[in-house]
Write a protein that binds this ligand. Structure first.
Ligand code: GAP
Length: 444
């Protein structure tokens, strides 16, 4: 399928079936801000829960935090964001659009670029790039002057750094150890786009892993592989995932090394997550700006150590989009095209749909609702009787539901139901009493 068409199909499915809607849509839509609908909210929650489980619950060297979005402006001065978190922007005099410098097209002359919208030549000597800070500003308190300015955080990482001493004091963790956090971040992106890939409000899932300085490279390699494997574990196809090490001139001001985990989106290979070796940059900066000594005391060697930090930093929205794209399949079934989202069992927003074959037979409806009610405490199930069975199957395939459980006339007699598998479309006839066990085993 041509790739722009695939992306259009996914965007349209997301709206049609309630995964993702544009923010403030009834007023015309707020650019590059998105709302997750009933199914998108489930999918995104599954992504976050699987991440949290694998990096916090299943590891003895990790703890979690949930920090505030608002922080003192000094934090962002120390981190380098107030002075340095900027993109170079250029205006096209012809079409009047504004571009990030790296989004313009190169020409043979170094100082001349081509507008990627109207094709006009832009001479950088005349229209010199201007730096534009990506931080979103707001005011705290009753007076809206410079002294009341603060920022919506552009990354969750700083909340972890400024709590380094609190975590050490309360958990008594020994090096190496890490702190994980999931939360919203905000950036006034000037050239956002590609659906939920680059947005102005988004969620991050970040780890700051504190290590002895001499062990930084070992842990950098470890986390790069670990995070790469996480995406594979939950269904991303290996051929669609790669690791790309940054060249020296690409590195952020704080990074000693960085690798991106990239996904082959319909719009090209793009970053899902970055793994950076931040050295002791952040702890040093906060020590200097706060006056607090940001060190770890090694009681064995009886000395202070300022740890290095390895940071695997991923986007929840990007991971969710990659899982959606990778799950999307179209296949011919007889004369029809079946659209199916082949989510892994852990990610599927709905595990089973309970469907009455005939919605005008009260006993069948009652039995189906009773089954749904009894399962919903343990398994994410839904009940649906809003269409004929063929249409209900197609709808559930399209949102990735793993099993469809149909209650028919015969079920009233033999207390058995038909369970249809999303991927094989094969059907099993199962005793109602055994249904819960059957589904739990299948989902394990
Ligand atoms: N603390 C390091 C940091 O924030 P980053 O590369 O700027 O590094 C990390 O962001 C991740 O956050 C990215 O890999 C991406 O998944 C996600 N992300 C960053 N900007 C985003 C945006 N505008 N929209 C959606 N996700 C974004």
């Amino acid at each position: 399928m041509p790739e722009p068409i695939l992306m259009d199909k996914i965007v349209s499915l997301c709206k049609r079936r309630g995964f993702i809607f544009q923010s403030s849509e009834i007023y015309g839509g707020l650019g590059s801000v998105w709302d997750y609908g009933p199914l998108g909210a489930e999918l995104k929650r599954n992504v976050k829960n699987l991440w949290w489980k694998s990096v916090v619950h299943e590891r003895m060297d990790m703890v979690g935090l949930d920090c505030a979005i608002l922080m003192l402006p000094q934090v962002w001065k120390a981190s380098g964001h107030v002075d340095g978190f900027s993109d170079p922007l250029v205006d096209c005099k012809e079409c009047k659009k504004r571009f990030r410098l790296d989004n313009l097209i190169d020409t043979k002359e170094e100082h001349v670029k081509e507008c990627s919208s109207c094709g006009a030549k832009i001479d950088l000597k005349i229209s010199a790039p201007r730096m534009f800070n990506l931080m979103m500003k707001t005011f705290l308190g009753a007076v809206e002057d410079e002294s009341a300015v603060t920022y919506m955080r552009p990354e969750t990482a700083q909340g972890i750094f400024v709590n380094f001493l609190n975590v050490l004091d309360t958990t008594r963790k020994k090096l190496p150890f890490g702190v994980a956090q999931i939360g919203k971040s905000f950036r006034n992106e000037i050239t956002p786009g590609n659906f939920t890939f680059r947005t102005r409000e988004f969620e991050q899932m970040e780890i700051e892993y504190f290590v002895r300085p001499e062990e930084d490279e070992k842990w950098y390699e470890f986390w790069t592989q670990e995070r790469f494997n996480w995406y594979l574990r939950y269904g991303i196809k290996k051929e669609n995932l790669r690791i790309r090490a940054h060249a020296k001139d690409e590195l952020a001001h704080y990074a000693k090394a960085c690798s991106d985990i990239e996904y082959n989106f319909p719009f090209g290979w793009s970053e899902l997550e970055g793994i950076a070796n931040r050295s002791d940059f952040d702890l040093k900066q906060h020590e200097q700006f706060s006056g607090k000594e940001m060190v770890y005391f090694d009681s064995v060697e009886n000395k202070k150590i300022r740890p290095y930090i390895i940071e695997p930093s991923g986007g929840v929205d990007r991971a969710t989009l990659a899982f959606l794209v990778d799950a999307y399949h179209e296949e011919k079934v007889k004369e029809e095209t079946r659209v199916v989202l082949r989510f892994s069992p852990e990610l599927a927003p709905i595990k089973a749909a309970i469907l009455p074959l005939l919605k005008n037979r009260p006993q069948i409806v009652e039995m189906a609702k009773g089954i749904a009610q009894s399962l919903m405490k343990d398994i994410r199930v839904v009940y649906d009787d809003t269409a004929a069975i063929g249409k209900l199957y197609r709808r559930q395939d399209e949102v990735g539901t793993l099993y469809c459980v149909t209650v028919d006339v015969q079920s009233l007699e033999d207390k058995k139901v038909t369970v249809r598998d999303r991927d094989t479309m094969l059907q099993d006839r199962i005793d109602v009493d055994m249904l819960q066990k059957y589904l739990v085993e299948k989902l394990a």
